[in-house]
Ligand binder design. Sequence first.
Ligand code: F6P
Ligand code: MG
Length: 472
Amino acid sequence: ETTIPGYSTSDPTSFAYPTARSRWPIIITQAIDDAYRTVGACEEGPKKEEGKKIVEELARLKYEVQHDRPLTPIRDDGYADVAIYNKELEQLGSPAWLNVPWLYTECYLFRRINTSFTLSQHWKNYDVFARQKISTFRSSRPAVLELAARYKDLVTQVRAHKESKQPADEEAERILFMEMCEICLWGNATDLSLLTNLTYEDIQKLQGSEARKAAEQNILVNDLPAAYELLLKAKKSGKKERQVDIVLDNAGFELYVDLILAGYLLSAGLATSVVLHPKSMPWFVSDVLPSDFGMLLNALAGPRHFYETPTEEDQLQDKTPKALEEKEVEDLQFLFAEWSTFHGEGQLRMRPNRFWTHPGSFWRLPYEAKDLYEDLKESELVIFKGDLNYRKLTGDAKWDSTTPFVKAIGPLGPGSGVNVMALRTCKADVVVGLKPGEDEKLRQLEGGGGDSGARKWAWSGKWAVVSFSDGA
Ligand code: F6P
Ligand code: MG
């Protein structure tokens, strides 16, 4: 554990403050709406009755947050992490919602929501955020199609080049690696918990290729070259098994771009296998569950069905979705064929671990999840996606922004045996590895926070950091 204090929901200058007061109630309300809708569609019987009880429990949870009640122990639903949550709660001295460490409480919130389902008979694996995930993914259609076309071209070229037996064009490979990683990075700007203040148009703008080029200057730290060197060196060494791990963040468009990166690494021979790490319960609204992976592949396998079937909203507004062109269908099915082959042959795997939904930071990885830690040491590169993973890497602590990344990640830094790369768009306060004076400069920009003491520029997902730590 770091000795640097963490961000708290009681600090008016932290993003934790509005998060606890306005975002959390919205998130719980969305969960209530979803469960209520499903209950409404249930036949009379025990499942419906139980569903009503779940809705009531969620409403009570919302009341407790909004009225700053004390956090109550997580009820025992048979999973070992309950003890971890409750022990830490005790150590915190039974705090109330609006004066408590941000990282712990936000994890606690989703674990609490989860118990209402795990303790039921008929709703155990119900994903209360699935509807939102699917509908946002559907609305990212323009960017999905653009990327599918680009990916198909690229992979076809990479393959033709390989078959021609010409020596690898390292410069081209390097540039492509950067581009794929950048696509993957900005895919994170669009998570659903931020949707509470972004419009769909904003999101679509963020996803196109022109937007990406313009956004390059918004990457404040860019360690991609170091990560590339590492993968290239391993490839040249002739090592047979070269695994890359991706600790996933959000489902839908972000998972789609994660697969684009994974597929590229495999096709270009920069990795021989890719392991994806999803969550084990509905998490921070939009995080990937194993079922989201299946959902995505299904959408690609049957794109017409996915995109052309009118949704409930479409029906209400009497709209018919635009039909896909033949080429668009082919591009998407190409992706499906590629990724399901990789998956079928074991080169692309999902490996869940409940450690990812524990409350603490990743400083605890070597102690709380030894097996997982050993696994990750075997990997050439472990890519951590997104804001929450970055907060967990750095302990969500109030580091000075010039603190080196390798220091802020503590036990996962040099000597850990884990090569870490974070791809993160900034949606919270913590940030490290900046040049002296940079934070101050960013604060002076419009909406940057000025002299308020708040690092507002870092809250919106507009800026990003790509940080690398060599575990050797
Ligand atoms: O609610 C705030 C937050 O925890 C922020 O860290 C971030 O804005 C979001 O939720 C999760 O973002 P991501 O999906 O990138 O981890
Ligand atoms: Mg997320």
